[in-house]
Design a protein around this ligand. Structure first.
Ligand code: BDR
Ligand code: CA
Length: 310
C-alpha cells in the first residue's frame, strides 16, 4: 500500500491527544514527524504530552520537535480552563523514554518537506506559529508542501470570541502569513468541527472500553464532560481529529473553495477568518478549501473502533 505521508504540528491538548491516537492507528498514514507548539498549554507541556501520547500509541519512534513558545506577536494565552494545567485534562500517562529532539520544529519540518518533495501533508492542529515561522525562514517551503490541513478558523462564528476560533486568535499574524502564502490550505474550522462531536451518551459508551487509549480518553475528558454545558456545546467536539480522518475518508466531508483572509487588527474581530462562502469572489482569489460538513455517524463509529483496537 502506498501510504500517505503526514506531519502533525500540535499544541497537544485533550482533542489533539485523541487525534494522535487515531492517526497512529490509520494504516493508510505514514507519520513522518511531529512538532509541538504553545497554544492550549505551554510548549513544555505540549512537547511532553505529544511524545507521551505517541509512546502510549506504540509509536515512540515518531520524532517530536520543539517549536514556538509564544505567538509571533504578543504573549501566550493558554486554554488551561478547558484543557487543564497539564494540557490533557489532568490525565497522567507514562513518560516516553524516546530521545529528546532539540532540533527546532521549523528546521526539521522544512527538511522533511523538501525530502518528500510535494508529497507531504502537514496537519496543523494548534496555533500556526510553527508553520508561519517555517515560511518566514524558508520561503521555498510552500512550494514543497503538498497541502496544509489546519484545524482552525470558522466561516461562521467563533469559540473564543463571537467571531474567532482559538487556534487562529492565539496567533492571528501567523495565520495571516499562512493563508496568503500560496500553499494549498484545507481549513477544518468550527463549521465542520462543531458537527464532529461526541454526544454525552456516546462519550459514556467510549468510557466502557478497556484499553490504554480509551483510558487516556476517559481520564483527559472527564472534567471537560462535566463542564461542557458552560461552553454551549452539543457534546465533546473532536476538532483536531477531523483533518486527520479526512486524509483517509475524504468522502465523509463536504467543502467549498473560498477566499479566506485573516483579520489581524479589529478590536472586536481580531482573529476572524473572513469569508462568507459566496460573495468572496470579491477577494483576489479563492485560496482555501473550507470544510463545512462531516458524516458524524461514521466518524463516531471510527473513533469507537480505534479506541477499542489498542
Ligand atoms: C482548537 O483549539 C484547541 O482548544 C483544540 O485543541 C483545537 O485545536 C479548537 O478551537
Ligand atoms: Ca489543538
Amino acid at each position: 500500500m502506498n501510504k500517505l505521508p503526514i506531519w502533525i504540528d500540535t499544541d497537544t491538548g485533550i482533542d489533539d491527544a485523541l487525534a494522535i491516537m487515531i492517526a497512529c492507528k490509520l494504516e493508510q498514514l505514514d507519520i513522518v514527524g511531529a512538532s509541538a507548539v504553545a497554544g492550549n498549554t505551554t510548549l513544555e507541556n505540549a512537547f511532553r504530552n505529544c511524545a507521551d501520547v505517541f509512546n502510549l500509541a506504540g509509536r515512540a519512534d515518531v520524532k517530536v520537535y520543539p517549536g514556538a513558545i509564544k505567538p509571533l506577536i504578543g504573549e501566550l494565552k493558554t486554554a488551561a480552563g478547558v484543557h487543564g494545567d497539564n494540557g490533557i485534562g489532568g490525565a497522567i500517562i507514562e513518560r516516553s523514554k524516546a530521545p529528546i529532539e532539540t532540533e527546532k520544529a521549523w528546521d526539521a519540518m522544512y527538511k522533511k518537506t523538501k525530502e518528500l518533495n510535494k508529497d507531504l501533508t502537514i496537519i496543523a492542529i494548534g496555533p500556526l506559529t510553527n508553520i508561519a515561522t517555517t515560511i518566514i525562514k524558508y520561503p521555498d517551503f510552500v512550494e514543497h508542501v503538498k497541502q496544509l490541513n489546519i484545524m482552525g478558523g470558522a466561516a461562521d462564528g467563533g469559540n473564543v470570541s463571537p467571531c474567532a476560533e482559538f487556534n487562529i486568535l492565539a496567533d492571528p499574524e501567523a495565520a495571516e502569513i499562512v493563508f496568503i502564502s500560496g500553499m494549498k490550505v484545507n481549513m477544518f474550522g468550527l463549521d465542520v468541527t462543531h458537527k464532529a462531536y461526541l454526544a454525552d451518551e456516546e462519550v459514556l459508551d467510549l468510557y466502557k472500553i478497556d484499553t490504554k487509549a480509551a483510558k487516556l480518553f476517559k481520564d483527559s475528558t472527564s472534567v471537560l464532560l462535566a463542564n461542557r454545558k458552560k461552553y454551549y456545546l452539543h457534546g465533546l467536539c473532536q476538532h483536531d481529529s477531523t483533518p486527520i480522518v479526512y486524509m483517509v475518508y475524504p468522502e465523509w466531508f463536504k467543502s467549498e473553495k473560498c477566499g479566506v483572509y485573516v483579520e489581524t487588527r479589529g478590536n472586536i474581530t481580531r482573529g476572524k477568518t473572513v469569508t462568507d462562502l459566496w460573495s468572496d469572489t470579491k477577494f483576489k482569489e479563492r485560496n482555501c478549501e473550507v470544510f463545512l460538513d462531516i458524516d458524524r455517524q461514521k466518524f463516531v463509529k471510527l473513533i469507537k473502533e480505534i479506541l477499542s483496537s489498542y
